[in-house]
Structure formats: C-alpha cells, structure tokens
Write a protein that binds this ligand. Structure first.
Ligand SMILES: Cc1cc2nc3c(=O)[nH]c(=O)nc-3n(C[C@H](O)[C@H](O)[C@H](O)COP(=O)(O)O)c2cc1C
Length: 341
C-alpha cells in the first residue's frame, strides 16, 4: 500500500504526523517516533509570551550594570552565558533536525502581531522544514469584535509569512462565526496549510474551594467529528493543505480524515496514552482499511467523502441536522406509542 502524501509541499511517507506536544519535546522520544514510522513531527510551541518575557529579561540584564564603574567588569552579567527560552528552543530544533530524517515542523504560538514574529526567521535559519503558527486565543474582551480578532489574526499570519520562505501552516480553533471565510482569509494571508482544530482546554471549578482546576484531559475519538466535518467542508474549496488534529487515535480515525479530504492527521493524546509503537498499529489498520477497497494508494480514497461535489454545503448541513432531529423524534414517539407530533 502506498501511504504517501503531500503536506505543505513536503513529501511524506504516510499521513501520520506527531502534533505539537510533550512527546516532540524530547530527542529520545522523537527518535522513537521515527523508528515507529512517523512521517513528520511538529515540535512543542515557542510562545509569544515566552519570547516577549525573554526580551524583557535580557534588557534588564543589560541595564543591571548601568551606573556602575565601567572598570569593574564583574558588575556586568555574562550575557553570552544567559540562555533564553528561545535559545533553548532553537537548540532543540537543531538537535531534532540532526537526529531525524523526517521533516521537522517548528511551532510558534501567539495571538498578537508584533516584533516577536521575527523568531519565525530564526526557526527557519535553524533548519525547520516548515512552521506551524498556532493562533490559540480566547476572545474574552467585550469591546473587541469578531471582525477585529480576525483582522488581527490575519495581520499576524501575514507578518510570519513575510518573515519566512519555508511553508507555513496555521493552527486554529473552530470558534469563528464564518469559518470557511476565515479559512480563505488565512490562505490569502499566506497560509500554505490549515491545522483543524485547537482543543480549547476547559478548566473545571471546585464547588467548595471555588478554585479553578486546570484540566488537561487527553482526547477521545469522538472529538474527531468537528475537524472531520470542517475538513469535508473545506476540501477542494480552498487552496491549502489540510491537517486534522484532535481526536485521531486509530487507523480508522485516520481513514475518516482521509475520506474527508485531510492530507495528514496528527496525534498527541494517542501517543501520550499508548506510546510511540502505537504508530505502527495505526499504520497497519490504515493499510487494511484501504485494502478492502482494492486501493493501491491511499491517495485514491482522499476526499471521496468530502463535500467537494455538494453544490450547497450549507443547505446540506442543515438538511442533515434537521434529518437527525426528526429521525430521533420519530423513534422516540414510536417508543411512546404515539405518532410524530
Ligand atoms: C500536554 C499537551 C501539550 C500540548 N502542547 C502544545 C503546544 O505546545 N503547541 C500546540 O500547538 N499544541 C499543543 N498541544 C495540542 C496538541 O498538539 C493537539 O492539537 C491536541 O492535543 C489535540 O490532538 P489529540 O486529540 O491528538 O491530543 C498540546 C497538547 C497536550 C495534551
């Protein structure tokens, strides 16, 4: 079975990619992933806040010696020995590139346009094969409209695009009122691919202590449905690679992603739960799924369940929605010994 695919212009041996997370933050684990057959890896994010904090600290270090006797060089901190988070990130990227043969995608994570975006260039110079820009943001300010948020995000994408010549993927959440339009805007601003979707971490509340409980829970396959639907809606309608993140755990999940039109599917929770060897299992499952259709390459099946040939996807979605509700109501009514209302 030819599992190969193309993502962001990169030729990959399969659609199985490790998404940004703790697993890709360690060189030994990255090697394990490659040994198990991963096709590409996305490193953990370098966050805008970390970069900005680094820069403030470096400025403070510079200023520490100010006013001291210039002959007393001991007053001055040794800036060369001061490793920032961004330095550490670049070191990890360089080491990952040296350790692996599969493409290494670096990740920047931020929400506001600004000088920090020049770090994209440093990641490129350190050997990243592509950059994934994560626009994670919870728009909580009542004075900021959806249009404002979108304009700012598009500006940010444009700034990163201008800073690099390697491919750029943009990872987003699904909370836009007209996501298809935003998707097109992201591509127009310079995204070569979209990664659907960020998982919004939902902290819980302790009812007694009234404290917020940060809750990072691993996903399950049922969460695949949201990115699956949007992949199916966008496939063939925008000029960009499509990656699915969230809810990919099994070979069948990957198969669904391909049918919807994804070029790659990404995993973090499954790797954290089952370890890197899980990759080979997923690959086997994917292969036997494709074999049952007599396919010799998974590319033959990509997008065959997308909405590409649906002339009015909005009406199609509403029809499915109404159909689902009506079916359920009819079944319920029959269990009550009554007809539909
Ligand atoms: C512990 C943890 C750390 C993560 N760190 C990052 C990160 O640094 N940057 C990022 O873009 N996504 C990060 N993610 C999100 C994952 O890349 C992925 O999009 C998300 O977990 C959904 O995929 P899954 O269902 O396969 O877990 C993280 C996820 C987890 C669980």
């Amino acid at each position: 079975m030819d599992l190969s695919t193309r993502y962001l212009g990169l030729d990959l041996r399969s659609p199985l990619v490790a998404s940004s997370g703790p697993f890709t933050g360690r060189i030994d684990r990255l090697r394990d992933l490659e040994d198990a057959g991963i096709a590409a890896v996305v490193l953990p994010s370098l966050f805008e806040e970390q970069v900005v904090h680094d820069e403030m600290q470096t400025t403070e270090l510079f200023l520490m010696g100010e006013g001291g006797n210039p002959e007393a060089t001991g007053y001055f901190p040794d800036l060369a020995a001061f490793e920032t988070i961004a330095d550490r990130y670049l070191r990890h990227l360089t080491e990952a590139k040296a350790a692996l043969t599969v493409p290494v995608i670096a990740s920047l994570n931020g929400s506001t346009p600004g000088g920090w975006t020049r770090y994209a260039r440093l990641l490129q110079d350190a050997g990243a094969d592509a950059i994934e820009l994560n626009l994670y943001r919870v728009a909580a300010d009542p004075t900021v409209s959806g249009a404002d948020v979108e304009a700012e995000q598009l500006e940010l994408v444009g700034m990163v695009r201008d800073a690099i010549s390697i491919p750029l993927a943009v990872k987003v959440g699904s909370h836009y009122s007209a996501f298809a339009h935003m998707a097109e805007g992201l591509v127009a601003a310079g995204a070569d691919g979209l990664v659907l979707f960020n998982r919004f971490y939902q902290p819980d509340l302790d009812a007694v202590t009234r404290k917020v409980i940060p809750a990072i829970e691993l996903s399950s396959s049922s969460e695949l449905r949201l990115p699956l639907r949007w992949t199916a809606l966008l496939h063939g309608r925008i000029e960009a690679s499509l990656a699915i993140t969230t809810g990919v755990h099994t070979g069948v999940d990957v198969a669904k992603g391909l049918l919807a039109g994804a070029d790659v599917t990404m995993m973090t929770s499954a790797l954290l739960r089952y370890g890197p060897d899980h990759i080979s299992l997923v690959e086997e499952e994917l292969t036997s799924w494709a074999e049952q259709f007599g396919a010799t390459a998974i590319g033959e099946l990509r997008g065959s369940a997308s909405h590409r040939n649906v002339s009015d996807p909005e009406a199609f979605e509403r029809a499915n929605y109404i159909g689902g509700l009506v079916d359920y109501a009819n079944t319920f009514a029959s269990t009550q010994g009554a007809g539909p209302w």
